[in-house]
Design a protein around this ligand. Structure first.
Ligand code: MN3
Length: 194
């Protein structure tokens, strides 16, 4: 089954003025689509390699599958993580945030600082450890190398330049601030596992 570009769960302009329509169109229709196509291509090449028993390019296609696969699935979460009217963290999520970070404000300050500090392209993520159930903030400077394997992403903020450059230029901090205005806490809360 080929992977498909998900339909954006809201109109392209619905996150204005925080995230602009032109960025959303380019980001979803061009950048995310490239990940979907890249992942499908890598999977097809790996299937072909198995069929032929020819693994001479396996390192390349495994890297392609990791790069495009990470890009595809993180963007799927990213679109759903945003909303014009995202509500508040559920009582369970609020409790988990307070327990890990001390307070919601401390969590937000940590999340924004971690995102602004990512070198080059990458992501800042709120994740849940599947062994301990505790929350953590992690950054993925190369998203194919997302550190700590036993985590579930709950909240993903794309800090690649294509996510903000049209509107915010080099001011990534202002973009992250804007992102926090459109976080869909209903969606983030739904991803938390007890
Ligand atoms: Mn992106």
């Amino acid at each position: 089954m080929a992977h498909e570009l998900p339909i954006l769960p809201y109109p392209y302009n619905s996150l204005e003025p925080h995230i602009d329509e032109q960025t959303m169109r380019l980001h979803h229709d061009k950048h995310h689509l490239a990940y979907v196509n890249g992942l499908n291509n890598a999977e097809a090449k790996l299937a072909e390699a198995r069929l032929k028993g020819d693994y001479s390019l396996v390192k390349h296609w495994e890297r392609e599958a990791a790069f495009h696969g990470a890009g595809h699935f993180l963007h799927c979460i990213f679109w759903e993580n945003m909303s014009a009217d995202g509500g508040l963290p559920s009582p369970e999520l609020k409790k988990a945030i307070d327990s890990k970070f001390g307070s919601f404000d401390a969590f937000m300050a940590h999340f924004k600082a971690a995102g602004a500090a990512v070198e080059g392209s990458g992501w800042v993520l709120l994740v849940q450890n599947t062994m301990t159930k505790a929350l953590e903030i992690l950054t993925a400077e190369k998203h194919q190398d997302l550190s700590q394997w036993v985590v579930t992403p709950l909240l993903a903020c794309d800090v690649w330049e294509h996510a903000y450059y049209l509107k915010y230029q080099n001011n990534r901090g202002a973009y992250i601030e804007a992102f926090t205005k459109v976080i869909n806490w209903n969606d983030v809360s739904k991803r938390l596992r007890s």
